[in-house]
Ligand binder design. Sequence first.
Ligand SMILES: [Zn+2]
Length: 272
Amino acid sequence: MIYLVLATSFLWLFWFSERYAWWGKTLDLRRARVLMYHMIKEPTPGAKFNGLRVSPDLFEQQVRWLSEGGWRFVTMSELADQPPSDKVVAITFDDGFEDNYLNAFPILKKYNAKATLYLVVDRHDRDWSVSKKSHHNSGELKNESKLSDEQIREMLASGVFELGGHTMTHANLAKLNEADKYNEIAASKEHLESLFSCQLSSFAYPFGIYNHQIDPQLVKKAGFESAVTTEDGIPLDVQTSLYELPRIKISGKDGFFAFKIRMRRSKRGLRK
Ligand SMILES: [Zn+2]
């Protein structure tokens, strides 16, 4: 019997350590954390993209923890314009899902937090997941409601959100010629700036595709002053990687403990 208990304990410890690598050291707190979210809503049972759905309760727990822990919330334009300082966090949302208004916005307001919204211009009734992988044709993301212009106006007027670019159609930029690539990037900036009378300073590469396939210089040429990727990580220095900033992926499949570990060093365990 005792051997069984010991063996089970060892197995559990092994699993726990591989998953959370709890001994890993905390990266310098002067290195800003940029967090990537998509939706703030309850997961849909059996759905494929539940990693993108963080429940409102978990999101509130995360924002409260950041606030109580002395983290300072900044938008991406503020992040790009300031020297490094202790405990700076930039919350970002990709795409423009309606739950950002319904669920995330009240929580951010409650804790005096801020966020950047990387908004797709032509976002209604589109299933962009297929332009990366054609077998992703379930319509799951297409069926999620997207933000209306009215909701976005309210979010911007509150000072809680700032807008960032995420192309016109969430195109797979790697498949376009140079002129069309540039147009997807630059037109989205012009369009949103005139529609919402604001300035866009930051860009998010659709599907995180950049570098070999998308020259970050195109983003700079379009007038953006920073760009975020979907690369997992914490930038060593914001200024030197201004157009390829990694982010910490916040997954709806992770719990609160994993979030705290990711804030320390981006990866939750040995592999992810
Ligand atoms: Zn996206």
